[in-house]
Design a protein around this ligand. Structure first.
Ligand code: ASP
Ligand code: MG
Length: 411
């Protein structure tokens, strides 16, 4: 919601659903740019290394954006002739743990909301925020309104949770790289989780986990369609994230190509091939709170091997320092090297469970483009490769074509 004009449009859209006989709980996020503005103010007054206590204050500040939104939206709904009431997270309450700036929802009390709905009101609840056991205001992390909406939908046992956003659905890959990318009608939760964690930033990943766990059908659709489009058309637009057994599911082997640019590779060269080495290396990395993604250990030669793994590019320098500093030499490694110019490209699809040769086809496609694969990792429904970042777009395009993703699968 970028302006009062946009808020009025949201209200008109909500009114359309209400008049068609639906009960609605609306969970808005802050007005566009507002959370950034608030956190920017906070930053001006914070030291470079903020204390743990300051995170509580950040939440206190950031949560105000949503409080303004719910009040404004309720007013706009009233102006449309609806009855509406707004609540902040603590008023519902939406209970969370106390991990400020990345709190997790623990429980939602639905009593008040149900009573309001029964009385014919539209209930408007702040996204992004909650309250901990001590009554502190918490926030759920950037993009957390998605998770708030799904959690409220789960608590209310809603028929569907509609996420209106600035894209009109989930695509087979990023259309900025592959113009022929196709919007998926449906995608399974598992695929969506892989795609979200692999860098397609349509939804906060926690919201997808939540929806899968509590079996909330989730639809991602555009907030830019005119508010007065036909309701049935709106209700079937976008992408439905649903369960594998749903008969509406598309039946493709590969559903999408995901990628992340922001990775970096570190190799500990010539470590002794004996128990405890992986732990020595990765234990030190974990201790520094650095997430490790792909891990590869090579076959040993003469009792020595190379051990490689990837980290987020932001953590690259720190991870390299740790290993070059003491840990590397302590393992007996000959050398520690790194490459911050790599990326990860993945094919994702639940059909990979029941089809052989999918990874082979991926490797063949990449080899035909002369792209060297540096690392490989797989799960039941995905195969990822680490390659030089300069080939990323080429790889994504070639794979999109090889797996015929521009065409809808035959029913
Ligand atoms: N307003 C919050 C943010 O900008 C939450 C959200 O938009 O989902 O991150
Ligand atoms: Mg968002």
């Amino acid at each position: 919601m970028g302006s009062t004009e946009r808020i009025r449009n949201v209200a008109k859209r909500v009114a359309k659903w209400v008049r068609a006989g639906h009960q609605l709980v609306v969970v808005p996020s802050a007005m566009s740019g507002e959370t950034n503005r608030l956190l920017g103010l906070a930053k001006e007054l914070s030291p470079d290394k903020p204390s743990a206590q300051s995170f509580r204050e950040l939440d206190q500040i950031a949560a105000t954006g949503e409080q303004v939104s719910v009040g404004l939206l309720s007013l706009a709904l009233m102006a449309e002739g609806l009855e509406a009431v707004s609540y902040a997270g603590w008023q519902v309450p939406i209970r969370t743990d106390s991990s400020f700036t990345k709190a997790r929802i623990q429980a939602i009390d639905d009593v008040r909301v149900r009573a309001d709905l029964a009385a014919g009101k539209v209930v408007v609840i702040t996204g992004f925020q909650g309250v901990d056991e001590q009554g502190n205001i918490t926030t759920l992390g950037r993009g957390g309104s998605d998770t708030s909406a799904v959690a409220v939908a789960a608590a209310m046992k809603a028929d569907e949770c509609l996420i209106y956003t600035d894209v009109d659905g989930v695509y087979t890959t990023d259309p900025r790289i592959v113009p022929e990318a196709r919007r998926l009608q449906t995608v399974s939760f598992e695929e969506m989780l892989e795609m979200a964690s692999l860098g397609s930033k349509v939804l906060q990943i926690r919201s997808v986990e939540f929806a899968g766990k509590y079996r909330v059908p989730l639809r991602v659709l555009s907030s830019f369609t005119p508010w007065d489009i036909d309701l049935a058309e709106e209700a079937s637009s976008g992408t439905l994230i649903t369960f594998e057994e749903d008969e509406k599911m598309e039946q493709a082997v590969v559903s999408g190509i995901a990628f992340t640019r922001d990775e970096a590779k570190i190799t500990v060269v010539g470590v002794p091939d004996r128990p405890g080495i992986a732990y020595q290396i990765l234990g030190a990395i974990a201790e520094a709170n650095i997430d490790v993604d792909v891990i590869v250990q090579n076959v040993s030669h003469g009792g020595r091997t190379d051990f490689s793994f990837t980290v987020n590019r932001n953590d690259y320098a720190r991870a390299l320092d740790i290993l070059k500093g003491g840990v590397g030499p302590a393992t007996g490694a000959a050398e520690v090297t790194g490459d911050p110019r790599i990326c990860k490209v993945s094919i994702v699809g639940i059909g990979m469970r029941s089809h052989v040769g999918v990874a082979a086809k991926m490797f063949r496609t990449l080899s035909e483009e002369g792209i060297n694969i540096q690392m490989v990792t797989t799960s039941e429904i995905k195969t990822s490769v680490v390659i030089d970042e300069k080939y990323m777009e080429l790889a994504v395009r070639a794979l999109h074509k090889a797996f015929d993703l521009e065409q809808a699968p035959a029913a």
